[in-house]
Design a protein around this ligand. Structure first.
Ligand SMILES: [Zn+2]
Length: 308
């Protein structure tokens, strides 16, 4: 039985209200066009660009790193961890969970977690499925994640979309019967439906004021927003430079807003407080979880004490 946030207040401790900042670290052509493609240096350049942005804004997040990228480019994984960010697993191949089945999922999970822990010498606590591919057809994956000893999962979009999502899935952070903590992606109720907000394409395609209003709505409900990003979203030139045909639909869904995402994120970090995902999980759910190595947190402009 899942206890909802309405039955139990979200902040049983005295921490200031924080939203979760997460990044799925991968290479766009390999993750989105063809899983057989090599992971390229471009993903590393874009990841470093994101690290620089976060450092400039004084914010820490959780980076769910794809195993194939970590194996080829371990140095950038070390750079992420050394900057104080939390490292999580994004699987190994980026094939959807419902496509690979339990056996291959377990192999990918075990291999990718061990790889990340060997590279960073830090324990991996969390997992995010490629393309939010834990759906009603692959809920078995949550039991495998619990059996593997991970603390939390953040893979379920609580809205039924074309390729992913689960209708009527709890929107609150909750502990499953198997002990795993589930941190659903953000969606807000509006006009009788739920609408995904605050991440990826939704962050790029909606005007800033819509995202900010959605984050305020979540905060008023006592729910942290779970912002998710990809390093390639900071790379506006990519779609014109890749050596593959890109359809008009892909150009719109994957390319629109890349040029504006950096300024949009800067505004978001200035208005709201963000932290790694493991730090926004209510403390009564996180017994035994070590805090991340985050050494900095965003302090929104309005909370800053004037120095002159
Ligand atoms: Zn991904």
């Amino acid at each position: 039985m899942i206890m909802s946030q309405r039955q139990r207040p979200f902040t049983p401790d005295s921490r200031p209200f924080q939203h979760a900042l997460t990044v799925d670290v991968e290479d766009w052509p390999q993750s989105s066009l063809d899983h057989a493609l090599p992971v390229t240096e471009r993903a590393v350049t874009n990841t470093r660009r994101m690290l620089e942005l976060f450092e400039r804004c004084g914010v820490c997040g959780t980076f769910f790193v794809l195993g194939r990228l970590a194996r080829k480019f371990p140095d950038v994984v070390r750079e992420i961890a050394d900057a104080g960010h939390e490292i999580g697993s994004h699987g190994y191949s980026h094939k959807p969970v419902f496509q690979i089945g339990p056996q291959e999922f377990t192999q990918e999970l075990d291999y990718s977690v061990k790889l990340l822990e060997d590279i960073t010498s830090q324990r991996v606590l969390g997992y995010r499925a490629p393309d939010f591919s834990i759906t009603n057809d692959s809920l078995w994956a949550l039991d495998i994640l619990a059996d593997s000893g991970l603390t939390y999962d953040s893979s379920v979009m609580p809205v039924k979309m074309r390729r992913y999502g689960i209708d009527r899935f709890p929107r609150e952070i909750h502990r499953r019967d198997n002990g795993l903590i589930e941190v659903p992606l953000s969606a807000i109720p509006l006009a009788g439906s739920r609408w995904p907000v605050a991440g990826g394409g939704y962050l790029r395609l909606y005007p800033y004021r819509v995202t900010a209003r959605a984050v305020r709505h979540l905060q008023a409900e006592g729910l942290p927003a779970v912002v998710y990003l990809h390093p390639y979203e900071l790379d506006p030139a990519e779609l014109d430079e890749v050596q593959f045909p890109v359809t008009r639909r892909t150009r719109i869904t994957q390319g629109t807003g890349r040029r504006h995402i950096e300024s949009r994120l800067t505004r978001l970090f200035d208005e709201f407080r963000f932290a790694p995902l493991s730090e926004v999980i209510p403390s009564d759910l996180t017994v035994g979880v070590q805090p991340s190595g985050c050494r900095q947190h965003t302090v929104p402009t309005k909370e800053r004490v004037p120095t002159n």
